[in-house]
Design a protein around this ligand. Structure first.
Ligand SMILES: Cc1cc2nc3c(=O)[nH]c(=O)nc-3n(C[C@H](O)[C@H](O)[C@H](O)COP(=O)(O)OP(=O)(O)OC[C@H]3O[C@@H](n4cnc5c(N)ncnc54)[C@H](O)[C@@H]3O)c2cc1C
Length: 392
């Protein structure tokens, strides 16, 4: 392998995870002279995702935040909950801003090489990690990959598998309609025809907002069904009939919500990151913050001359909670709505976000669990005991 095809690190996949790694590597003084190859089939920044997350600290990509909300709203069982956050703030980042900024930084860094190519596979050969691409093989000390499913993926233990699928419209209304300080986190007061269904609304100004129509169900629905869901919600909840707004941008997505435990490595010295690293939280689909934390942990370890961390992101007790909630989302949508209702009725939004962020102590977990109906959770424990007793 010639020097120009060998690197210290290869980052295979330049989405949320790959770009977060590049950014983190470039922040560490100790890694500044490491030769990095960043590969993806396309390195053109794309507006195809709007990532939302909450944070109680200074966020890593401060200047990439498109909008921040201090207030969140939830509707469930015909009840409206609204709260100003104290501990957290709710942010969103647009994928084209994120990719544009980090790719620009990468292009200006003499130690980073960019490669546009289809990635075919990975291996460990002759002491190096190998990435096979349409442009031939490249080698490195470590490869971080978010492009391919790990080998044996379909054989990993799996009891619960749901999809979080959604379509969103960024609309601009003729009249002022929205409060840009307040985001609708979840509105379950919509017809529940095809599985657990909710809408969320991210207002960027009084006249424009991203409205998403989301379902938790085993199958995706047709484009026509998403369109109808969005149009009805915008008309009935926001009072905006067709013709009173323009659609500026659309997005669509599917996020797996599963109890599958992804392996840390694809093969020796090839590390799975992002969705392929199992970083999606099974009960919520939130992944973005976990990606940022994972990337920072990898960069810290490498800067200290250590191997990347291979432990599972969530502690055991949170994996069990995820499994129990996912069981109910999967098997009992009605009970799940009651769980959400009691959760938001009896807890502060900050406490719920802290729990979902896995930042609560055990006594705080118990308080949250005591606030929701126990029956569905006992049933879930009974059905999932084989997983709970074997490490979740
Ligand atoms: C529309 C959408 C909205 C989301 N919103 C949120 C949110 O609000 N909050 C949240 O926490 N999570 C959200 N998620 C979940 C998660 O954060 C995203 O899916 C996130 O992009 C995952 O990052 P990733 O790097 O693992 O994958 P990706 O961002 O998908 O990156 C993978 C990269 O690998 C490249 N690639 C794949 N295969 C190959 C190949 N064979 N050869 C070369 N390149 C390849 C792709 O081109 C891509 O650039 C959302 C997901 C979607 C789909």
């Amino acid at each position: 392998m010639t020097a120009s095809r060998h690197f210290d690190f290869i980052i295979a996949g330049a989405g949320a995870a790959g770009l977060s790694l590049v950014w983190n590597f470039l922040q560490r003084e100790e890694l500044r002279d490491r030769r990095i190859l960043l590969a993806d089939r396309s390195l053109q920044p794309l507006r195809d995702k709007t990532w939302c997350f909450w944070d109680d600290r200074h966020v890593p990509f401060d200047d990439l935040i498109h909008h921040t909300w201090d207030k969140l709203e939830v509707r469930v069982r015909n009840t409206f909950f609204s709260e100003t956050l104290e501990k957290y703030r709710y942010h969103c980042v647009k994928s084209d801003d994120y990719a544009g900024k980090i790719l620009e930084l990468a292009r200006q860094s003499p130690n980073v090489t960019l490669l546009e190519a289809d990635i075919d596979g990975f291996a460990f050969e002759s002491g190096s990690a190998v990435m096979r691409t349409a442009e031939g093989p490249f080698t490195a000390g470590h490869i971080f990959q978010s492009a391919l499913r790990p080998p044996g993926f379909n054989r990993l233990k799996l009891d619960l598998s749901l999809l979080q699928h959604f379509a969103g419209w960024h609309i601009r209304t003729t009249e002022p309609v929205f409060d840009p300080e307040s985001a609708t986190f979840m509105d379950f007061d919509v017809p529940q025809k095809n599985g657990i269904t909710f809408a969320y609304v991210l207002p960027f100004s009084s006249r424009d907002a991203l409205v998403e129509y989301t379902l938790f169900s085993p199958e995706v629905i047709t484009d026509e069904a998403y369109r109808q869901g969005l149009e009805t919600y915008i008309e009935e909840r926001l009072g905006q009939p067709p013709g009173s707004y323009e659609i500026e941008y659309t997005e669509k997505g599917v996020i797996p919500m599963e109890d599958r435990r992804y392996p840390a490595r694809y093969c020796r010295n090839v590390w799975n990151v992002g969705t392929m690293g199992g970083l999606t939280k099974p009960s919520t689909g939130y992944t973005f913050t976990r990606i940022q934390k994972h990337s920072a942990a990898i960069a810290d370890a490498l800067a200290r001359g250590k191997n990347p961390p291979s432990d599972i992101m969530s502690p055991y007790r949170f994996r069990v909670y995820d499994m129990l909630l996912l069981f109910n989302l999967h098997r009992d949508p009605e009970a799940s709505l009651t769980i959400f209702y009691e959760l938001f009725r009896k807890n502060r939004f900050d406490s719920i976000l802290q729990f979902l962020e896995e930042q609560t102590r055990f006594d705080q977990d118990l308080r949250i669990m005591a606030s929701v109906p126990w029956g569905p959770f006992f049933r879930a424990i009974y059905h999932m005991k084989h997983r709970i007793l074997t490490g979740a």
